[in-house]
Design a protein around this ligand. Structure first.
Ligand SMILES: Nc1ncnc2c1ncn2[C@@H]1O[C@H](COP(=O)(O)OP(=O)(O)O)[C@@H](O)[C@H]1O
Ligand SMILES: [Mg+2]
Length: 422
């Protein structure tokens, strides 16, 4: 297989950028040809590597990866999508996919501000009243440098992940969010599972999200939780069929273009898995901690291990595991039916020096709470109490400020701090 020359990739990209000057959707029309071409920051071409066929049933393939970095200054999300599409279309045309050469093209946008980050100033949670600012730049696992951006007004972002779908990630996210709200915290929930959004159903919300002047999204609120979900935007019968980069862009827009107000916690219900969408979001958000949800069965634990490895590689603090659908005694006869096995999470947690934060039994009231839009944590049942304990544990571990009175006072009514007298 012939090597791909980065210089010729760069030429193609510059050509595309200069051509986009005449496309009003790309937002580059006010710039000179030279300025547009100069937006290309760098091109990286991965050496062809022969990937091993998995389990003998997949043929080995040659992989070329290209990463193109573009200066994003002044480009809106819509502009970036147009630019990205034009670049990918042209790169795909010049270096077509297909065996034995499969190419991965990735376009990264980054503002060209070289800030010298102070030592140890990695993912601090500084906030800016003027909007998201690059917090710090750090080398990612892919060797690229990314900007972490705080969400204005949001103190702690907690991501809820699972390697596998259907283990109860959304159930845990919703109950954790409503539980934190019961503790007097101001809570938002971002239902980032674009392919299976269940936040609206589980919180009992429906309709379209209001849009504030200026195009910012306004969350809907119930049980003390402000929710933004793709479920409000897509039609239940028609699946979203976007590709990964589009999903990542849309998620970023939901994070940063929402009027969250002042939040103590933003809970992010991540899509299952450890793919590009998850990585992009994790790289971008200033995450205080992650919680991994699993069932006790081996197949779920295997995927939970992948999620844990992903967080470890990305230097995200993992608070621990939630074992969901754990064995529970039958409410009629007391017989313990361990549908998904027992103690799997404990063994796994021990092997990875992780804590089991909660064991939520397989309980029809949990399911009914989810289906009826009244999370079980809002009532008084044994499973609800378990979720409440989880919320308390998460709050204490992440340094929540327990001041229920203050936290319910509208932000504007809180007197500004007096400057220290010297
Ligand atoms: N502990 C539990 N007991 C009973 N049903 C549960 C429990 N946890 C989740 N469920 C149900 O299992 C289904 C899948 O859960 P969900 O939270 O949507 O999973 P995920 O978000 O991981 O795909 C839902 O119908 C939910 O109500
Ligand atoms: Mg879900």
């Amino acid at each position: 297989m012939a090597d791909v020359d980065p210089a010729s990739v760069a030429d193609v990209c510059r050509e595309v950028l200069s051509r986009l000057g005449s496309d009003p959707r790309a937002g580059l029309g006010s710039e000179s040809d030279a300025t547009r071409r100069d937006r290309l920051d760098s091109v990286q071409v991965g050496n062809p590597t022969r990937s091993a066929g998995e389990a003998g049933d997949l043929p080995a393939i040659d992989v070329v990866s290209m990463v193109v970095r573009i200066d994003s200054a002044g480009l809106s999300l819509d502009h970036k999508i147009v630019v990205e599409r034009a670049l990918l279309t042209e790169l795909n045309r010049q270096w077509p996919h297909g065996d034995p050469t499969v190419s991965h093209f990735t376009v990264y946008f980054r503002r060209r501000v070289e800030q010298a980050a102070a030592p140890g100033d990695d993912a601090g949670a500084a906030r800016s009243p003027r909007g998201p600012q690059p917090l710090a730049q750090r080398a990612s696992t892919l060797g690229l440098r990314v900007d972490r951006r705080a969400i204005p007004g949001v103190r702690s972002v907690i991501v809820v992940a699972s390697g596998k779908g259907g283990v109860g990630k959304s159930t845990v996210s919703t109950n954790l969010a409503a539980g934190l709200a019961r503790l007097g915290q101001r809570v938002g929930l971002l239902d980032a599972d674009i392919y299976g959004p269940s936040g609206p159903l589980m919180l009992g919300l429906s309709g379209a999200l209001p849009v504030a002047p200026g195009g910012r999204i306004v969350p809907l609120e119930r049980h003390g939780v402000r929710l933004v979900s793709f479920g409000f935007m897509s039609d239940a019968a028609n699946p979203v069929i976007w590709r990964g980069p589009m999903v990542s862009k849309a998620l970023e827009q939901l994070c940063y273009s929402t009027e969250w107000g002042e939040l103590d916690y933003l809970i992010v219900d991540l899509p299952p898995g450890t793919g590009d969408v998850q990585l992009t979001l994790i790289e971008r958000l200033p995450i205080a901690a992650a919680v991994i949800v699993t069932t006790p069965q081996d197949v779920a634990l295997l995927d939970a291990a992948k999620a844990h490895t992903m967080f470890a590689k990305m230097s995200v603090r993992v608070l621990g595991l939630v074992e969901n659908m754990a064995a529970a005694p039958c409410s009629h006869c007391g017989h313990v039916e361990d549908v998904f096995g027992t103690d799997g999470a404990e063994r796994f947690a021990e092997s990875r020096s992780l804590e089991v934060l909660a064991k939520i039994p397989l309980d029809r009231r949990v399911r009914i709470g989810g289906d009826s839009g009244t999370p079980v944590v809002t009532g008084e049942t044994p499973s609800g109490a378990k979720f409440m304990e989880l919320a308390e544990l998460v709050a204490t571990r992440t340094g929540a400020r327990f001041n229920p009175i203050l936290s319910h006072v509208p932000v504007a009514a809180v007197p500004a701090e007096k400057p220290a007298q010297s």
